[in-house]
Design a protein around this ligand. Structure first.
Ligand SMILES: *Cc1c(COP(=O)(O)O)cnc(C)c1O
Length: 476
């Protein structure tokens, strides 16, 4: 397919504005020496170009997208309508507080709702993604220990099943990562955890259900042990969808959490954003919160900062419109609807797992939460077909591949998250596709290894794509 620059013809598509007929007066600011090299193309061709590009990609609007740990679900279109209202889009964050009370009410209401859902006492909307939420939360933990003169606490304990962003955020926050082992049920090994706790423990980072799709039933014991050692407990809320409305992190011992609004609370994502990773904390950590918030002082709204705030994570209030979508989503589902999200997400994952486990080896033989993990080491050894090959074969059925080779503790892992928004018919079609691929693997394994055959491009050099991305057009 030609690039938009290669379709460019000098002078084409330039006649939208008539030539300027008033004297040009520019202030003495630095101006570029040359005109920018923009593609010159008619509107018609431009629309076709981007439509063609969109057709070559796979999104939630094209078909099933069971990418584990990502919650690639359908997001209600009404939330887009709400987020596009001019009262939310035609504002500036530097406007006086009394002129944006509608927007601050959105944030206040959403804060109340999210506190109620998570069992926290305060929320900051600054972080623009889950990973930045982790960093924000860890800095809260750091501020707390520092304030108590407990600076020798320089270790964060993270299970070996954790999402890669957890150790990365801990390192960025200046902590040493201590890995604690999972047992054969995919839960934290309590004896191993005990051996890692000490007066150097600043905290524990955990997602529950974890990244193998299992709810750690020892959670009360785990958070008690960490607190007894003087550490705090951080909840990575990326997997909240599995328990939302049923379990509150604040009730099972967590002090700090982040949520991925773009996974759990509506906002289309993937391909880089926008996201929102608000951080919630218990009362005793509120005084360290980053950013400004609007509070009423003597009957007037004013911007205020927490007394021992450690600064800012982003400008202003993070990605405001993602928060608007989340509020619309919560209001739309309501108190009765929210627990149904969790129940349907868990039901859909268990339905698919049950219908496939006679032929696909599952990493853990127990009820899963919102996602399940296959361990396909046996296929690799006996049939010379890898998890990657199965994932690629799904593309020929119009299905986006599941998450591959994650979590790292499972050999030849495929992690499948159907999400709560898929109906039974779609799940049945996906189950059928998996079963057909299995039969092909037995009859003609090379066919699976050569897939996909129906996509615009087949197997790509993913390492080269990541290491040497070509992001600029070089003009001759
Ligand atoms: C997605 C995810 C994150 C990171 O969130 P981003 O918004 O992508 O930065 C962290 N932890 C878990 C378990 C996740 O699934």
């Amino acid at each position: 397919m030609k690039l938009v620059f290669e379709r460019s013809v000098p002078g084409r598509g330039q006649d939208i504005f008539s030539p300027c007929d008033v004297p040009v007066s520019l202030p003495s600011v630095p101006l570029r020496a040359e005109e920018p090299k923009l593609p010159e193309i008619s509107e018609n061709e431009l629309v076709r170009h981007y439509t063609k590009l969109a057709k070559r990609a796979h999104g939630v609007n094209d078909g099933f997208y069971p990418l584990g740990s990502c919650t690639m679900k359908h997001n209600p279109k009404i939330n887009e309508r709400v987020a596009a209202l001019p009262g939310f889009t035609n504002v500036h964050p530097l406007q006086p507080a009394e002129t944006v009370t509608g927007c601050t009410e959105v944030l206040d209401t959403l804060e109340d709702y999210l506190c109620e859902i998570t069992g926290m006492d305060a929320i900051t909307f600054q972080p623009a993604a889950g990973a930045q939420g982790e960093f924000t939360g860890l800095l809260l933990i750091k501020s707390y220990h520092h304030d108590r003169g407990d600076d020798q606490r320089n270790e964060i304990i993270i299970p070996d099943s954790a999402h890669g962003t957890n150790p990365a955020s801990a390192t960025m926050a200046g902590y040493k990562t201590i890995v604690t082992k999972s047992n054969e049920d995919g839960m934290i090994d309590l004896e191993d955890l005990k051996s890692k706790l000490s007066d150097k423990t600043a905290g524990l980072m955990l997602t529950n259900p974890n990244t193998v799709g299992i709810f750690d039933t020892n959670i009360f014991e785990i958070t008690r042990l960490v607190h007894e050692a003087g550490g705090l407990c951080y909840y990575d809320g990326a997997n909240l969808k599995a328990v939302i409305g049923l379990v509150r992190p604040g009730d099972i011992g967590f002090d700090v959490i982040h949520l991925n609004l773009h996974k759990t609370f509506s906002t289309p994502h993937g391909g880089g954003g926008p996201g929102s990773g608000p951080v919630g904390c218990k009362d005793f950590l509120k005084e360290f919160m980053p950013g400004l918030r609007v509070r009423e002082v003597e009957g007037k709204p004013v911007y205020t900062r927490a007394p021992k705030s450690y600064g800012n994570m982003t400008g202003f209030y993070g990605n405001f419109l993602v928060n608007v979508r989340a509020l619309a989503y919560i209001a739309f589902n309501g108190r009765e609807g929210i627990p149904m999200l969790a129940k349907n997400a868990v039901l859909n994952a268990n339905y698919m797992m049950e219908k496939l486990k006679d032929i696909y080896p599952m990493a853990y033989n127990r009820t899963c939460m919102h996602e399940f993990v296959m361990g396909l080491g046996k296929f690799e050894k006996e049939n010379h077909v890898s998890a990657l090959d199965i994932a690629k074969a799904l593309l020929d059925f119009g299905i986006h591949p599941p998450t591959m080779y994650f979590p790292l503790i499972v050999d030849e892992a495929l992690m499948i998250e159907p999400t709560e928004t898929e109906c039974k018919e779609v799940l049945d079609e996906a189950i059928e596709a998996f079963r057909k691929i299995y039969e092909t693997m037995l009859a003609a394994p090379s066919q699976v290894v050569q897939s996909p055959v129906s996509t615009p491009v087949r197997r790509l050099d993913e390492v080269k794509a990541a290491r040497e991305p070509v992001l600029r057009y070089t003009f001759e």
